[in-house]
Write a protein that binds this ligand. Structure first.
Ligand SMILES: [Cu+2]
Length: 485
């Protein structure tokens, strides 16, 4: 009995001692301590043996915004060849680009801390791609991985057309790391499209669970029509504008390589779901103030490393080659707008949507931002636009689909000016007497539009604005169909 009691006391003592001095005696190991990370890698090899076939090969590669889950092999074999190619960066803008893996941005490599990347690349800028026998002189290129810790003189050396370079490195830090061509003039190689991302997960994965993972890369283009008037598929060919590039005056600022690309094809999520965005600002010269209209970033991991955590952020500021993982909840049904909150950049195309709606139901979405970047010049229409934005946007959109009331895009095509004037003067009278108005009321959940108390002069301004909208949209459409001829 006594022995038992003594035993029990010693046990309790031992446990409490463990608790008391546990944290202070246990040495925290810094996961980034030099003893914990791998700094050695074999020398790069170059050869004249060229890759043939596909330009991008590897199970760890992702080609779209939606990322596949991590592929588990500890060595990731990745082949990304360089090509010269024409890519459409905005409707009708065929740009003469240089690529990794034949796309802009290049494919995304997904891996995890401790993995080795075994990389190989053939400079295939000398291959003549179908339809472009035009002058895009083959040239030297190279690969610079921000995810690596290696000698740049060894691994990042430039190779000539037809050459292949191969090297290996270990991923030591989690994050979203840029890769790009490092051949002088680096600025020109990046602005021509030679960049992409490596997403490196922490060894034990992320500390949160999400329903969707998407990649958003922001970048600028600096383009001008080819001075010799060259065409591609009937549309004018655009080339790099070196003057604008040096002056940091982009013509397009975009997400994932395409002007308003994710407005046309929104990322999707359901109400209540948690979304993880891997955001990288490539630049080359602008800063991004990344924001999602309608929600708050629950967590922001600067550079994509959960060690660098911030909570409850409205925007995250990303310099050239900075990145962040942002996680947010989609609160309710709607279209949440991703923008660079430097609105001059957003109006150049850095805009996209995370939508709970079926994208096939929102065919007019793409028009919206053409409106945002354009402004009428006629004074009457300008007044109409300003008045519309302060009095009507609560219930109406222009080209963004129906809200409480109908989308105003195309309204002058559905209704005569006379009808619109009567409607705006006294909607309640129209709802009582006019069959079209009655049908519309039914369609809009029997919510009557309140009389806005507008004067006849104000109504003229709204009509001028609506006509300008529909005319500029037709103009855009005609331009597009000419381009596709
Ligand atoms: Cu290059």
């Amino acid at each position: 009995m006594l022995i038992k009691l003594a035993l029990r006391i010693t046990l309790v003592l031992a446990i409490s001692m463990l608790y008391a001095c546990g944290p202070s005696t246990k040495k925290e190991i810094d996961p980034y301590d030099a003893s914990q990370i791998e700094l050695k890698s074999p020398a790069a090899k170059t050869s004249m043996e060229r890759h043939t076939g596909p330009y991008a090969v590897g199970a760890a590669l992702n080609f779209n915004a939606e990322l596949k889950p991590l592929e588990l092999s500890p060595v990731k074999n990745v082949q990304l060849d360089t090509t010269h190619k024409i890519v459409e960066i905005a409707p009708g803008v065929q740009f003469s680009a240089w690529t990794f893996g034949d796309q802009v941005p290049g494919p995304t490599i997904r891996a995890r801390v401790g993995d080795k990347i075994h990389f190989s690349m053939t400079n295939r800028s000398d291959e003549i791609l179908p339809g472009i026998s035009m002058a895009m002189a083959p040239m030297m290129h190279s690969m610079d991985f921000h995810a690596a810790m290696v000698s740049p003189q060894d691994k990042y050396r430039s190779i000539a057309p037809g050459q292949t370079i191969e090297f290996e490195f270990t991923l030591n830090y989690p994050g979203i790391f840029m890769y790009h061509c490092g051949t002088p003039m680096i600025l020109e190689h990046i602005a021509s499209g030679m960049y992409g991302a490596v997403v490196v997960e922490p060894k034990a994965g992320y500390p949160t669970k999400v329903d969707h993972e998407y990649l958003v890369i922001q970048s600028e283009f600096y383009v001008k029509p080819d001075p010799a008037g060259k065409k591609f598929n009937g549309a004018p060919l655009y080339i790099l504008d070196a003057d604008r590039l040096k002056a940091s005056q982009p013509t397009h600022t975009v997400f994932n390589g395409k002007h308003n690309g994710m407005v046309k094809q929104p990322l999707t999520a359901k109400p209540g779901e948690r979304v993880r965005l891997f955001v990288l600002n490539v630049g080359p010269s602008k800063t991004s103030s990344f924001h999602v209209v309608g929600t708050i970033f629950d967590r922001v991991w600067l550079e994509g490393n959960p060690d660098n955590q911030m909570r409850g952020m409205q925007t995250v500021l990303l310099g050239s080659s900075n990145s962040a993982i942002v996680e947010m909840v989609i609160p309710e049904a709607g279209s949440y707008i991703m923008v660079d909150h430097h609105f001059a950049n957003a109006s150049q195309g850095a805009i996209g949507l995370i939508s709970t709606l079926d994208k096939s139901k929102e065919p007019e979405l793409e028009h919206h931002n053409m409106e945002a970047s354009a402004t009428p010049t006629a004074p009457l229409a300008v007044k109409g636009k300003n008045a519309f934005e302060s009095k009507c946007l609560a219930c109406h959109s222009v080209g963004q689909g129906n809200k409480l009331g109908p989308d105003m895009a195309g309204v002058t095509q559905r209704r005569k000016d006379e009808w619109l004037t009567q409607w705006l003067t006294a909607p309640e009278k129209m709802l009582a007497t006019n069959d079209e108005a009655k049908a519309m009321l039914k369609q809009f959940n029997n919510i009557p539009m309140p009389n806005q108390g507008l004067s006849s002069q104000e109504i003229k301004q709204y009509l001028a604005y609506f006509h300008w909208i529909d005319e500029s949209m037709t103009a855009t459409k005609t331009k597009k169909s000419e381009a596709s001829k």
